[in-house]
Design a protein around this ligand. Structure first.
Ligand SMILES: Cc1cc2nc3c(=O)[nH]c(=O)nc-3n(C[C@H](O)[C@H](O)[C@H](O)COP(=O)(O)O)c2cc1C
Length: 170
C-alpha cells in the first residue's frame, strides 16, 4: 500500500524514499527527556536515530502499520513516541509537514490504527490530507490489496491529495 502511494507521488515528480520499521530492533521511549536537554539524538542509539533526520528533511511523511489487536505494531509505536519527543525537544521540527497514515487490516480495528498515527501528526502541528475513505485496505497480503478496488482508489486519491498539497505548500 505504501509503495502504491509512493509510486503515484513519485510519478508527479516528487522524490520518494521507503523505509521498513518492521523487524528493526527498536526500543520503546524511556521518557528520560534527555533529548529535550541535548536535542537531536536519542540516548538509545538504534535505527530511530537514523530515521529521525530523514523525517526532518521530508516535506511529507506517510506512516503505515498493519493492524495488530486494533492498534499499531510495536516498531511503529516506538517510532512515533521517540521521534515525537525528539521533534518536540528541538522546538517542533515536524511542524507544517504533510502527514498521512495507512493501514492494512484483516477484518476490524484499522480505523483505530489511523487514529493513533493521526494523533501523532496532529500534536506535531502537521497538515493532514484526506482521501475518499479512511486510508485502509482489507488485506492480509499484497494480492488482497490488489483486488480491493476501493482500497486502491482510496490510496490513489490520498496520493493525489498529497501531490496537490505538496505543490501548494512549495
Ligand atoms: C499480532 C497480530 C494482531 C492482529 N490483530 C488484528 C486485528 O486486531 N484486527 C484484524 O482485522 N486483523 C488483525 N491481524 C491481522 C493483520 O492486520 C493482517 O494480517 C494485516 O493485513 C497484516 O499486514 P502486513 O502484511 O503488512 O503485515 C493481526 C495480526 C497479527 C500478527
Amino acid at each position: 500500500m505504501l509503495r502504491y502511494v509512493l509510486d503515484i507521488v513519485g510519478k508527479a515528480g516528487h522524490e520518494t524514499e521507503f523505509y521498513q520499521a518492521g523487524g528493526k530492533p527498536v526500543r520503546g521511549c524511556l521518557g528520560c527527556a534527555v533529548c529535550w536537554d541535548k536535542p537531536g539524538k536519542c540516548v538509545q542509539d538504534d535505527w530511530i536515530n537514523e530515521i529521525y533526520p530523514k523525517m526532518k528533511e521530508a516535506d511529507a511523511i506517510i506512516i503505515g502499520s498493519p493492524t495488530y489487536f486494533a492498534d499499531l505494531t510495536a516498531e511503529i509505536k516506538a517510532l512515533i513516541d521517540r521521534t515525537g519527543y525528539l521533534a518536540m525537544g528541538e522546538g517542533g521540527t515536524l511542524r507544517r509537514k504533510i502527514g498521512a497514515g495507512v493501514t492494512a487490516v484483516r477484518r476490524a480495528g484499522g480505523v483505530h490504527v489511523l487514529d493513533s498515527i493521526q494523533h501523532f501528526f496532529l500534536i506535531q502541528g502537521m497538515i493532514l490530507p484526506g482521501s475518499t475513505y479512511w486510508n485502509l485496505s482489507v488485506a492480509c497480503n499484497p494480492a488482497d490489496f490488489e483486488a480491493d478496488d476501493e482500497g486502491l482508489r482510496t490510496m490513489a486519491n490520498l496520493a493525489d491529495n498529497i501531490n496537490w498539497l505538496l505543490e501548494k505548500l512549495n
